[in-house]
Write a protein of this length. Structure first.
Length: 94
């Protein structure tokens, strides 16, 4: 049987005009946490600023990058599944 997962990518956002890369400083949420729109979920650092980033979706989060990870803006660092069942399937628990 084939399952369809409803998931959303969490990417490293652009915080200024002239930056190419940002660093994931820390996760504010834990693996598998249920998050809501507006919840702070991670902290990034660019050349000029450190800032908390809020979620723009709700669901269960699967972390795909470790703190200290430096990558170009737009790189996927996590995935949010719409349902707990979709999260479990995403991480191979079901």
């Amino acid at each position: 049987m084939r399952w369809s997962l409803s998931v959303h990518d969490v990417i490293l956002p652009k915080t200024g005009l002239y930056e190419d890369d940002v660093v994931l400083v820390e996760w504010i949420v834990a693996e598998g946490s249920r998050i809501a729109v507006g919840d702070p979920i991670f902290v990034i650092e660019s050349e000029k600023v450190e800032m908390e980033i809020e979620s723009n979706v709700e669901g269960w989060i699967h972390l795909a990058a470790e703190p200290g990870f430096e990558a170009p803006i737009g790189t996927r660092i996590a995935v949010v599944a719409d349902t707990e069942l979709a999260y479990r399937r995403l991480v191979g628990e079901s």
